[in-house]
Design a protein around this ligand. Sequence first.
Ligand SMILES: Nc1ncnc2c1ncn2[C@@H]1O[C@H](COP(=O)(O)OP(=O)(O)O)[C@@H](O)[C@H]1O
Ligand code: SF4
Ligand SMILES: [Mg+2]
Length: 338
Amino acid sequence: MTNLIEVKDLSVQFSGPKMGLFRKKSAPIHAVDGVSLNIRKGEALGLVGESGSGKTTFGRALLRLIEPNSGVVHMNGNDGRKNITELDAKNLRKAWLNMQMVFQDPDSSLNPRMTVMDTIAESLLVNRIAKNIREAKARVVEVAESCGLTVEQLSRYPHAFSGGQRQRISIARALVTKPEFIICDEPVSALDVSIQAQILNLLIELQEEMDLTLLFISHDLIVVAYICDRIAVMYLGNIIEIAPTKDLFNKPLHPYTEALMSAIPSDDPDQQLSESVLAGEATGVAGERKGCLFAPRCRYADGDKCSEIKPVLKDFGDGRMAACHYAETLTLTGFEDL
Ligand SMILES: Nc1ncnc2c1ncn2[C@@H]1O[C@H](COP(=O)(O)OP(=O)(O)O)[C@@H](O)[C@H]1O
Ligand code: SF4
Ligand SMILES: [Mg+2]
């Protein structure tokens, strides 16, 4: 399968907060720390990790909504291979027609003073794909209906809609220019559990119907597993494991993935007996410390190699990669209820 997106060594640093009496600048935060990742044409790739692990920053840097400090992003779209990181502002705006993002919170990403019609039509008008709203209307109606909205709803304002419907509007807005690639950043995290499945099912349908490639970001492994063919696990700005969804759940290769799974509530009482092995919080800043970043929380850490040498993401075949010195020798527990 060919890659639609190829990310190589992508890094984003933020300057740390000023500390102490003299407001001295602390070390920079390596929010994304040299991430390499391919996204195959037509797949849904999940990106999962605890809050603060760098998922949103990675997604934004991939589209250059945040400028990365270093690294290269290529897109092999229908209009040829493009180095996204080298595009000037005009060509980047053009590239965005083919790569879009859906955000977690539709409330803050939708303009309350714009009707649904104007909201969805905006990028057709701004990019002169349609001269006026009359010309844009047919495409807006088409995409809105694909997203489960009715023609009557297009003249209303966002406040008239429920959270789930507002997320449908955001998705329609992202899809109006027929992009090949969309990044969904926690698209159901702000919604009631009962509504989450509807939006996830909509995304699955749209992916099929529009031949979309998806990067699906979430802190929730079960949500990611519902929609994704493959999953990448992120910890403090680094990808620490990648695997096909089923294989990841059957037999994780990285202790952090095992720990995330142990924190999933289970229907099986035997699984619930095993206490969550994810103790403590993500500490330290990637790029600042030697050794394995997960070592302070890892119950398998050896206190020697683990605290001295940073493990690299190693290929274990069958689409599996993990960054742990002991990935081959540890027998880790997965999550059987999937
Ligand atoms: N604009 C910013 N300025 C400074 N630090 C930031 C900014 N955005 C994110 N960070 C920091 O970068 C890290 C990764 O954040 P983020 O990408 O939002 O993680 P996630 O989406 O996985 O929760 C966190 O430590 C966060 O505090
Ligand atoms: S390298 Fe060591 S500390 Fe890091 S995850 Fe593997 S066993 Fe744990
Ligand atoms: Mg986030």
